[in-house]
Design a protein. Structure first.
Length: 601
């Protein structure tokens, strides 16, 4: 006989209104002081660099193609190349900023202690792993003393009754092992409006009792010191509405996850610092590992439904970007805090799990295009939403570029344009250009693609000269080369999958949501999932065998044809993977070691 566990009863309700916001008119809001000179200079550098670089590349490409008359294929290459170059240049400039030394602000004592609700939304995830992370976090916060007060709310949307029953037992045990901590559990009868609705329900029922809320995901890991730092920042700045950490990835065991983890830690940290510098008080929100002022969120960030049908109508899916934009519109500052380094999350363990998550994100990010014209938004809030959508739409640009180069043919006059000679088919017969133009093209096209990685690696090396946190110099160099090789091999596959995600979204196909699978798909499942890449890659290889495709595109065709095998290999858990892509989180030699140990407790 199955007995229901003792229930952790929620506290008495403290309602807080959270009305949906009007997008066609901006509310009256206090005017915030402009960001300081450093932030203004950073913005001028980033957007000036991206604009100047793109203009220069466009001018050189136009002169190059226009030498023999600008045809429609050349015009398509020019437009797509320039559009893609802007976002690459923006990334390079952001990485440059991230390498600059930053003056740390002196820690200001909080104006008054905050009452913080730690919110953990659940939807069918592993309750035991979640409870282990929460136990370590709440025990550490309790040991820190009365600097701030914390209460834990586990907000369940789990649908399966048996899983929900087991979940309740785990949380009751969690409450029993945290004497003196406020631990509450609530399960909704219906999963209305998904995670955004889960948080909205909490705000409307209990938000009035708490000054701030720390929003976590089921796989979030945060150190108590980092959480206290967020609370101090919110308490010290009355108009700060949201402070977002830059989470790093942990727990990777497959080659795919470990490569993602290494890239995020070494390269992503530099980009995060640069982004924080030019975003200033108009930063973004990524939905978790962030602390939010509860009353500001309730008053300013209620989400309306959009008129019309999906994908651009109905429920706002990627709610976090929009909530940050609405907070900033209402006169609340939104900041990144990359120096709060004890903030972590897990990554999907396989390429297929990653792609399925990307399909959900694609739906929401494309929906943001409709919100770009909302009244009163800060220009950078619009920029964040546009950048998220372009992250998926840019794959269409790259696909069009590839198709255009296919139309070039094999260099024997069979394509609409001809850049390859019969005597030397391995290299294009570039139009005559001066030395400066050649250097500019090579530097912009090839250098910018790897510049953020090189800058991130150099910056990490400067902070850890012996490279002990990444397994030593040989391991570090091997990891960088292996990550770059994997990026090259996987880029065509991810391009096709992003195009598929965009097409599915435009067709109104809902990606749905299920907890990511942790097991590795077999080869048959990989063949089914990557059928589009396989067919396209085999077709390109056949065109090359028939003499209809230039050798320059053969590596793309081979990568696409090998996508199922690559996906399967990167989803396994070979022993050698533990010796590659090492990060400070797992070597125990960085400030993240405490958080990493929590994740494996």
């Amino acid at each position: 006989m199955i007995h229901a566990p003792q229930i952790l009863m929620p506290p008495p309700e403290a309602p807080l209104a959270m009305p949906p916001q009007a997008l066609h008119r901006a509310p009256a809001a206090p005017r915030l002081a402009a960001d300081g000179r450093g932030v203004q200079a950073a913005r001028l550098f980033v957007f000036g660099f991206a604009g100047a670089t793109t203009t220069a590349l466009g001018a050189v490409m136009h002169d190059w193609f226009n030498a023999g008359g600008l045809g429609w294929v050349e015009l398509a290459i020019l437009i797509c190349g320039v559009a893609a170059a802007f976002w690459i240049a923006l990334s390079v400039a952001t990485a440059v900023l991230g390498c600059l030394p930053r003056r740390s602000r002196p820690a200001a004592p909080p104006a008054r202690p905050l009452d913080v609700a730690v919110l953990l939304p659940l939807h069918g995830e592993d309750a035991h792993a979640v409870a282990a992370n929460l136990r370590a976090l709440m025990a550490g916060l309790s040991a820190a003393g009365p600097r701030h007060r914390f209460a834990l709310y586990v907000l369940s949307d789990t649908r399966d009754p048996a899983a929900a029953l087991a979940e309740q037992r785990v949380m009751v045990h969690l409450g029993a092992t945290l004497p003196g901590s406020r631990v509450h559990y609530r399960r909704r009868p219906e999963n209305l409006r998904f995670k955004a609705g889960n948080l909205q329900d909490w705000v409307q029922r209990w938000g009035g009792a708490h000054d701030a809320m720390l929003v976590l995901d089921a796989d979030s890991v945060m150190t108590p010191d980092t959480v206290l730092r967020l609370a101090d920042a919110l308490a010290a700045e009355p108009r700060l509405g949201l402070v977002q950490t830059v989470p790093r990835l942990i727990g990777g065991q497959t080659p795919w996850a470990r490569a993602q983890q290494f890239s995020n830690t070494i390269y992503g940290a530099t980009l995060g610092r640069g982004l924080a510098l030019w975003a200033g008080s108009a930063a973004n929100y990524w939905g978790h590992n962030a602390m939010i002022r509860t009353r500001a969120f309730a008053a300013a960030a209620g989400l309306p439904d959009l008129p019309g049908r999906r994908p651009f109508g109905g429920l706002i899916l990627s709610h976090d970007f929009v909530e940050a934009a609405l907070l900033r519109r209402a006169g609340w500052r939104v900041r990144f805090l990359p120096e709060a380094e004890g903030s972590f999350e897990e990554t999907p363990p396989t390429p297929i799990a990653h792609i399925l998550r990307d399909r959900r994100w694609c739906q929401g990010n494309l929906q943001h295009l409709r919100l770009l014209g909302a009244a009163g938004l800060h220009p950078l809030s619009r920029m964040h939403m546009l950048q998220g959508a372009v992250g998926y739409l840019s794959s269409i640009l790259w696909l069009v570029l590839m198709i255009c180069w296919v139309l070039v043919g094999n260099g024997q006059g069979d394509g609409p344009i001809r850049y390859f000679s019969d005597t030397n088919p391995l290299f294009p017969a570039w139009p005559d250009m001066d030395l400066v133009s050649r250097i500019l093209i090579l530097g912009l096209i090839y250098g910018m693609l790897v510049a953020p990685k090189i800058l991130g690696a150099l910056r990490y090396w400067a902070g850890d000269p012996a490279l002990r946190g990444v397994g030593g110099p040989l391991c570090f160099l091997g990891s960088i080369l292996a990550e770059m090789l994997l990026s090259i091999l996987l880029a065509p596959m991810l391009m096709i999958q992003h195009v598929i995600a965009v097409m599915r979204s435009l067709a109104g196909i809902d990606a749905g949501w299920t907890p990511p699978r942790r097991d590795a798909p077999d080869l048959r499942a990989c063949l089914r999932f990557h059928a589009a890449e396989l067919v396209l890659g085999v077709g390109m290889c056949m065109l090359f065998a028939l003499g209809e495709l230039t050798l320059w595109l053969l590596p793309v065709g081979v990568s696409l044809a090998a996508a199922p095998v690559l996906s399967r290999a990167l989803s396994a858990r070979p022993g050698w993977a533990r010796h590659l892509f090492r990060t400070p989180q797992e070597t125990g030699l960085g400030p993240e070691a405490t958080a990493a140990s929590l994740a494996t407790a």
